[in-house]
Design a protein around this ligand. Structure first.
Ligand code: NAP
Length: 281
């Protein structure tokens, strides 16, 4: 497995397994076990996904040594605030049945980001979170957080796929040593993603699928990927992306698919911010 080295020297697998929208306990536990059997060692969950217990049970049942795993969870905005983080974090740890997390993220750039970050910095210094980071932070919010705090986020997990490539965001992250991680690498199948002609033609040359070409394209851009699937054959397919390499021309050709806009929503949209504030997880 290829790794990236985060800005505090923590090693993180370039490819992980995401468990968003797997609400069923049985489906989630089974899928995580399948992923671990195939060879994934990094799992991305969140307080808001409601499946940390299933992830924890799968980890325990797998008998894989803790030191070989990289486990990420995220703090939900209803638990933001200096005095609330510790409790929310301990609840996540208890559900995951772990005594430390490898990575803990602020899930959204809303509410008391600063108080929460201070608490996360303390947990990081205490060693019970190996690295702390953010998610859905656009460059302006990211730079502001960096400017007024001690610890620079190790990573920013943002929507990134062929239709929203985030080259400019990545430049800002690079400038500050923040690792770029993609969520929704397949745009959750939107815009007929899985039958895209350009990606399909590139894949045909290597005997690879649209999904595999896309993951490979991001890995070659130094982006960490965490594809989600509950289908065992696809979980395996998404893991088999280390035995081919895209050419410069192919990397450039994929640039033409960039719509430079979210396929879901803009985090700066006022109605969306209000919607988030009413989402109690
Ligand atoms: P995604 O990985 O882009 O897409 C998942 C969809 O693609 C599922 O419908 C899956 O179907 C299908 N799929 C997966 N592999 C496939 C393949 N090889 N061929 C054909 N179809 C395939 O979407 P995502 O789950 O939203 O994003 C990935 C992870 O990012 C999440 O699980 C989560 O960990 C993280 N995430 C974070 C945020 C955030 O705000 N921080 C937001 C969204 C996601 P089946 O499952 O039916 O096989």
């Amino acid at each position: 497995m290829k790794n990236v080295i985060l800005n505090n020297s923590v090693k993180m697998p370039t490819l992980g397994y995401g468990v968003y929208q797997i609400p069923s306990y049985d489906d989630c536990k089974k899928s995580v076990l399948t992923a671990l059997e195939i060879g994934y060692r990094s799992i991305d969950t969140a307080q808001a996904y409601g499946n940390e217990k299933a992830v924890g049970d799968a980890i325990r049942e797998s008998n894989i040594p803790r030191s070989e795993l990289f486990i990420t969870s995220k703090l939900w905005i209803s638990d933001y605030g200096y005095h609330k983080v510790q409790n929310a974090f301990q609840q996540s740890l208890a559900k995951l049945q772990l005594d430390y997390l490898d990575l803990y993220l602020l899930h959204q750039p809303y509410n008391d980001v600063y108080g929460s970050w201070k608490a996360m910095e303390e947990l990081n210094k205490a060693g019970i979170i190996k690295a702390i980071g953010v998610s859905n932070f656009y460059p302006d919010r990211l730079v502001d957080l960096i400017a007024y705090n001690e610890i620079i986020p190790a990573l920013n997990q943002i929507e990134t796929h062929p239709f929203h490539q985030r080259y400019e965001d990545q430049l800002t992250m690079r400038k500050y040593g923040v690792q770029h991680e993609s969520w929704a690498p397949f745009a959750e199948g939107q815009h007929n993603f899985f039958t895209n002609e350009l990606l399909g033609n590139i894949g045909a040359k290597y005997g690879k699928s649209v999904a595999q070409v896309t993951l490979r394209w991001m890995i070659q851009r130094d982006i960490v990927v965490i594809p989600k699937s509950v289908t065992p054959a696809r979980i395996r397919e998404n893991f088999e992306v280390f035995n081919f390499e895209l050419t410069e021309e192919e990397m450039l050709a994929i640039k033409s698919l960039d719509r430079k806009a979210s396929s879901f929503f803009d985090h700066r949209d006022a109605d969306r911010v209000e919607w988030f504030s009413k989402l109690n997880r």
